[in-house]
Ligand binder design. Structure first.
Ligand code: MG
Length: 387
């Protein structure tokens, strides 16, 4: 079987979108733009592994964008895009893939069919790129005056991912080091090998300007039009201990919670809510209490698993809302830390996480202080059929 690794170029400093953040880290649909790109490639069945090339200053942003995705560690890029690609390719040399796909971090809507077309073309050619025909009439201008109408029949707009036989493109980049060519296909052309054109996609546009970002939001909203809600509920009893785990935070208390794992009722209820939203069963089906692997396990892995299942369906988590039901401990002082922790586990913005607390006015098992209950709601946006 042919082995393919994807290299995502995300080292640019492009802040022309007006923010203080490079464009690949701006929010799109509530998560960082780069996360859409990484997730789309990572979940393609023919891509074995993925590495990003990033700017060293962006490590914390990258870690947030990549949280929970199984990726090769990122490598630092160079001064120009071409330097970054070469550095990334050099870092993959020891893995020696057959093929490499080189993709712009700021193209978040690359789809599986387009990736397949590029990879299929590589069986016959050393390189292949997705491209679209130029449909507008093309003019060559000088000082605001048309100098010439250019024949557009043979003109194409190049996109990424650009696919190559790994050894060939690595050698070509080494040979072209120090020159400034506009894309990897140009590097391959300089080396003299034939690069195939395969159909690209209008949705696979590069986010460069504020207009592009607004277009990306509109595209995402229409693509992820299948909105679903799930709910979860969980209870754990108090037992001996000096802290309770609630929503991923250790809260000091004169008792602990009894359970097979760390007994984090908040994360368990939320995990069930996410699984419910995508109709993927419940936490006990994915992590049976009878399985010794989950004894004492930190519950963030359960929640991350549910989030991975949403991502594998090319969906996003729009919002989560957790209610903790107990007389004690007091939740208020820990609410912000809990929201931050859940946002971190799910790789979503903190403004998309709600933590609430209530008592049962002394009634029932929570009122008698026998245990803690939690309820959660999760809202998930999935692609429309064919989206
Ligand atoms: Mg539980």
């Amino acid at each position: 079987m042919t082995r393919c690794i994807a290299l995502v170029v995300a080292a640019g400093r492009g802040t022309r979108l007006g923010g203080r953040l490079p464009k690949q880290y701006l929010p799109l649909g509530g998560v960082r733009l780069l996360r859409h790109t990484l997730s789309a490639l990572r979940h393609h069945p023919r891509i074995e592994a993925l590495r990003a090339v990033i700017h060293p200053d962006d490590r914390a942003l990258y870690d947030e964008a990549a949280a929970g995705l199984e990726l090769l560690p990122p490598v630092p890029g160079g001064a120009e895009r071409q330097d970054s690609v070469r550095t990334g390719l050099e870092s993959l040399a020891e893995l020696a893939p057959d093929h490499v796909l080189i993709h712009d971090g700021a193209r978040p809507f690359v789809d599986a069919g387009l990736i397949d077309r590029v990879l299929d073309a590589l069986t016959a050619r050393a390189g292949a790129i997705p491209a679209l025909p130029v449909t507008d009439t093309v003019k060559r201008g000088a000082a605001g005056i048309i100098a010439e109408t250019v024949d557009r029949a043979a003109l194409w707009r190049a996109q990424t991912p650009q696919g190559f036989r790994f050894a060939d493109i690595l050698a070509a980049h080494r040979a072209a080091a120090g020159r400034q060519l506009s894309d990897d296909a140009a590097v391959a052309e300089q080396a003299g090998f034939a690069v195939a054109l395969v159909p690209g996609s209008e949705d696979n546009f590069k986010v460069t300007t504020m207009d592009d970002l607004a277009r990306a939001e509109r595209h995402l909203a229409s693509r992820l039009g299948d909105v679903r809600t799930g709910q979860g509920f969980d209870v754990h009893a108090f037992g001996p201990g000096d802290r309770v785990w609630l929503c991923g935070v250790a809260v000091p208390h004169n008792q602990g919670l009894v359970g097979h794992s760390d007994a984090d009722v908040g994360l368990h209820a939320l995990t069930d809510a996410l699984l419910g939203a995508i109709g993927a069963g419940d936490i006990g089906m994915h992590f049976p209490p009878s399985d010794p692997r989950w004894r004492g396990a930190a519950s963030d892995r359960f929640l991350r698993h549910a989030a991975d299942l949403v991502a594998a369906r090319r969906g996003i988590i729009a919002h989560v809302d957790v209610t903790l039901i107990c007389e004690r401990p007091k939740i208020g002082p820990h609410r912000a830390a809990m929201a931050a922790r859940i946002a971190e586990i799910l790789a979503i913005g903190r403004d998309r996480v709600s933590i609430k607390a209530t008592t049962t006015e002394g009634l029932g098992f929570t009122g008698r202080g026998e245990g803690i209950a939690a309820q959660a709601l999760a809202t998930v946006r999935l692609p429309l059929p064919g989206g």
